[in-house]
Design a protein around this ligand. Sequence first.
Ligand SMILES: O=c1ccn([C@@H]2O[C@H](COP(=O)(O)O)[C@@H](O)[C@H]2O)c(=O)[nH]1
Length: 586
Amino acid sequence: AQPKAAEPVPAPMRDLVWGKLNFLHTTDTHGWHAGHLQEGQYSGDWGDYVSFAQHMRKRADDLGVDLLLVDTGDRVEGNGLYDASDPKGKYYYDIYREQDVDIICTGNHELYHASTADAEHRFTVPNFKDRYIASNLDYIVPETGERVPMAQRYRKFRTKNQKVNVVAFGFLFDFTGNDKNTIVQPVRQTIQEPWFQKAIREETDVFIVIGHVGVQMQEFKDIFKAIRAENPVTPILFFGGHVHIRDATAYDDRSFAIASGRYFETIGWMSVDGVVKKVEAPTAESPLSFHRRYIDNNLLGLYHHTGLNSKTFPTEHGRNVSAMITKARKELELDYTFGCAPKDYWMTRAPYPSEDSIYTLLQQEVIPDIAVKPSRKDVPRLVIANTGAIRFDIFKGAFTRDTTYIVSPFLSVLSFIPDVPYPIAKKVIKMLNGAGKIMQAETHLDTRFMGIPEQWALNESIIYKNPGPVIHDGVQKPLDGLSEKPRLTEGYTTRDDIGDDGDDSIHANINFYLVPNCIQTELSFYSGGEPDTVDLVFLDFIQPFVLMALKLLGGRYGNEHVQSYVEGTFTDLWAEWIKKNWSAKC
Ligand SMILES: O=c1ccn([C@@H]2O[C@H](COP(=O)(O)O)[C@@H](O)[C@H]2O)c(=O)[nH]1
């Protein structure tokens, strides 16, 4: 862990179940390779993961089984370690490559900006060579304009100890928000391609499909169907991501799929045992078993799973990687404090609106100050922000340069359309929040894309009768006020299609309150009647949705009507606001 990280916190543990094939899985790490410095239960850093993987590989060798490491993308955007440097990722690429990942693919965040996709192609693809797979992603070479596969389409290999033959794919969901230098081929088209049809007919013991795709998403189901049609009994293993949740499912009894959360809070574990190899002549009845665990990135848990302790756990390689991170954080001045958050502000742990909601803070305090265009400051305006633009909670205490990127990493800016008739403009927010079906039918725009990924698969809030004790401030209170009950820390209490025993650490529940796709602030409205027109201000990320909503409401607006509202990214404006408004020392 990093020198200033919170101490790890103990929790009752569930053990890992080993099989012939075993996997460690990371996804959606979003630059959190220094770990969570403010949360002891996720404070392991990339160096600790390097140490952990070394010990686990040794264990696999001792047992004569295999361990493979998988990463399913969105490694960038979301933390100062990636975002605070110029160029972005100056330190990240060298830190990330220190982990010996066996199968790796691309996420959508590697593609939003041409510069990010270029860096991925220049650094991570060659760093991982034949272990990088891009089944449905092409790259446009800047010098020649030539369209080439981002990496190989699929990979065939044999595992070290069990000599299991593997055919592996690496997919991205049908993403359309990529910049001009990449092309994402829809999965349904890709699986018709001759190379894919050939690959699924290769002689193999196991298929491994890694993807930046939620395990409940149609893309994975389509891939499964295509492979299974040709391979009635071959095990098919899926490693997914994108939706930032812990999840697992089985598409049939000889397949298994896991998604391993977000922000390096989780290291996913999957194991497969039974009749895995073709030479054992498997039939549909041959025994095959799958296990999954969501390992908290908590040092005490990593010690538990390796049977080691604080002295014996860190390897030389792991220590060196932790030191690289410390050096990078120092050079980036990530601990530089802009101000002091007076309390915790939650994305989904508190209802919106409420005084503890980060969106209420944004709507009522931040936006009124930052959404001001001097030349039009008295013009009535509606300011719309998508909730997905906020990526993490704010914890009471120091608000650092790192926190700025953790909360708001994107390069979004405030844009506006001047003088929109108010009767139309006032209905836009309702359309963005409630008319998903109409929008999708008209345009294939999925309005959930404006909201937070964590709730894409949720229809209602999850409210527990006995939410757990808060130890965030370091003071742990007993559950239900009964001191003899176990003192659980708040954390993941995952329920997936397999059951409710997936988490390696037993935690107290956390409530999850649904939030809308977008929030709106009304500014400079005068009393005594409605304005005829307003300036419609919005984050540029949601521009296609706003234009579509206006169109559906009878307004005739296109990209040509959109203008810049204020200078600077939303992230910079937040940081300025914090400096001015939370200037007290902690
Ligand atoms: O510029 C941006 C980019 C993304 N978002 C939000 O993020 C999610 C996608 O998050 P994943 O990590 O890829 O799951 C997107 O739906 C937006 O809500 C944004 O607001 N601005």
